[in-house]
Design a protein around this ligand. Structure first.
Ligand SMILES: [Zn+2]
Length: 138
């Protein structure tokens, strides 16, 4: 499964809201993302149908699949950014440009660059690069 930038932002917000307690509340997610509760409701409903988040009563949680996609999206961003910095680009420029296309790059390309770079553990921001693939391969 591939996720869009919008889906990524929602999953990340739900995850961080849920980390302080039982689960995320719709109003808090809407506030955190600076959107109306109605748009948050609609997007969360969409994420539930994709199996990326689940609702339990008033609380929203990121599913295992949602977590995997979140980690994969972080990997895609950080791998490309690391590569661009190696080519001599500044980190700020590399990060900003990467945000424009990281989630559109085929997974095979991300994997090739990741291997080529020697599976680095951290990006130039010192964030961890998760060693995950988008689809679970068993
Ligand atoms: Zn970045």
């Amino acid at each position: 499964m591939r996720i869009s930038r919008k889906e990524y932002d929602y999953i990340l917000e739900i995850k961080s809201e849920a980390s302080h307690g039982k689960g995320a509340r719709l109003t808090k997610v809407a506030k955190g993302l600076k959107v109306s509760p109605a748009s948050a409701y609609e997007e969360i409903y969409h994420l539930v149908t994709k199996g990326l988040v689940k609702r339990e009563g008033d609380y929203i949680y990121v599913t295992e699949e949602g977590n995997r996609e979140l980690l994969y999206a972080q990997k895609a961003h950080r791998v490309i950014e690391t590569f661009l910095v190696k080519t001599g680009m500044s980190l700020e420029e590399a990060c900003a440009l990467t945000n424009r296309f990281d989630l559109l790059v085929p997974e095979e390309v991300i994997e090739h660059i990741y291997q080529f770079l020697g599976k680095p553990d951290r990006c130039p921001h010192s964030h961890q690069i998760p060693d995950v693939e988008s689809e679970r391969r068993e």
